[in-house]
Design a protein around this ligand. Structure first.
Ligand code: PLP
Length: 398
């Protein structure tokens, strides 16, 4: 394979500014609000809360910080158990460890690639029998697709265990018409550089429990007691979002719906061009859900080459594609952690990891760039199938 490294790199999901960001940044400079608080922060919080129809929102320095605060608000502490989706980015589970709590990982199911209600039910039954229920369940909406919320909520309600919805990847998505992120006691969004909208780094904690969110603001600002001197009776964190970055977020939120449309169109083009190829299946969209299609994901189960080899072929063309997240129960740091598979002999997350590929999906991807990705995949798959046919024919002749 020829290495054409002089080609411009096609990135997986780069930032995409609207051009209106500078207006808000300039306002911050003109008023000298260069602080982790200020009018942009207040406005960004209100605008996100309105957008997803949540009671309130707290802007923080990252999605990870938002998950950490949610665990603190639910009083998760040393030795407590927290159930968490296995097929996700490490940031979903790291805050469990910050609290010295114990994660238990739950497999995916095939319809959404997200938390399997079957595996969750099994985990709850065991926990109940052992007399130690989890303090919280962290449910992730992978690549923009909502998990099976009705089923998951009904199981968690049965055991009276609150949900934290990790909607870091699913801002702008809905489940049965209701905005993603609003299904748990707490929801979190991320505005990291690779997400559908970005503040370069940032996050948001949302809830209808406005009293809890008031406490979140307190914890995120070093837990300072209401006294003129600096007095502290609790351990807090320095987790608030800068007023400059919140300004970027406000401009980004204005064009979020456009970004969702564009990412969905990118998905549609990939799907039209590649669905017929042998071994390719696209990530499904569950009925009555609307995915922001943050990343176009597919599984590749080719007879001739592996998903890893297809990724290498893309890399040779300077195209940034990635495997699906490595399941957390397979991560070296979580070795020996309890894990519940979808069915007795069916590990969905492991299958998705082995065969899954995420394609460049940025809303600023040009049609030409996308056709380069598509052609590279077509050429690679056709090349290998031809090669195999030649070998096959030679054998038959020989
Ligand atoms: C990006 C991401 C996070 C973490 O967000 P940061 O803002 O990077 O801390 C958490 N969970 C998932 C599923 C993510 O994709």
């Amino acid at each position: 394979m020829i290495n054409k490294t002089n080609k411009k790199r096609i990135l997986l999901s780069p930032p995409h500014m609207s051009g209106y960001e500078k207006k808000y940044i300039n306002e911050a400079f003109q008023t000298n609000w260069i602080a982790p608080l200020g009018p942009n922060v207040d406005a960004f919080e209100n605008e996100i809360a309105n957008y997803v129809r949540a009671g309130d929102a707290v802007a923080v320095s990252s999605g990870t910080a938002a998950i950490h605060l949610a665990l603190c608000l639910l009083d998760v502490k040393e030795g407590d158990i927290v159930f968490c989706s296995s097929l996700t980015f490490i940031a979903s589970a790291n805050p469990i460890i910050y609290q010295r709590a114990v994660p238990v990982f739950i497999d995916s199911e095939p319809d959404t690639w997200n938390m399997s209600p079957l595996a969750l039910e099994k985990a709850f039954k065991d926990a109940f029998q052992e007399g130690k229920l989890p303090k919280a369940v962290i449910v992730v909406n992978l690549y923009g697709q909502s998990a099976k919320m009705d089923e998951i909520i009904s199981i968690c309600n049965h055991y009276h265990v609150p949900i934290i919805e990790d909607a870091a990847e699913s801002l702008g998505s809905t489940y049965k018409g209701k905005p993603s992120g609003t299904f748990g006691r707490f929801g979190i969004f991320s505005f990291n550089g690779n997400k559908i909208i970005t503040t370069s780094g940032g996050g948001m904690l949302i809830s209808n429990d406005t009293v809890a969110l008031k406490k979140a603001r307190f914890l995120a600002a070093q837990a300072r007691d209401p006294a003129p001197h600096y007095q502290h009776s609790k351990i807090g964190y320095n987790y608030r979002l800068s007023n400059i970055l919140a300004g970027i977020g406000r401009a980004q939120l204005e064009i979020l719906d456009d970004r969702v449309n564009t990412r969905r169109l990118i998905f549609d083009r990939y799907s039209q061009e590649l669905s017929e190829l042998p071994g390719i299946s696209f990530m499904p969209e569950l009925e009555n859900t609307f995915s922001n299609r943050w990343l176009t994901a597919l599984t590749f189960n080719g007879a001739e080459i592996t998903a890893g080899e297809l990724l290498k072929a893309l890399e040779n063309e300077n195209i940034e594609a990635r495997p699906v997240w490595k399941p957390l129960h397979l991560q070296p740091i979580f070795k020996g952690t309890r894990y519940y598979s979808h069915k007795e002999n069916e590990n969905i997350s492991e299958y998705l990891f082995e065969s899954g590929i995420c394609l460049p999906s940025g809303s600023n991807l040009t049609e030409e760039e996308q056709m380069n990705v598509i052609n590279c995949i077509k050429d690679t798959i056709n090349h290998f199938s031809k090669e195999r046919n030649v070998i096959h024919n030679e054998k038959n002749l020989g």
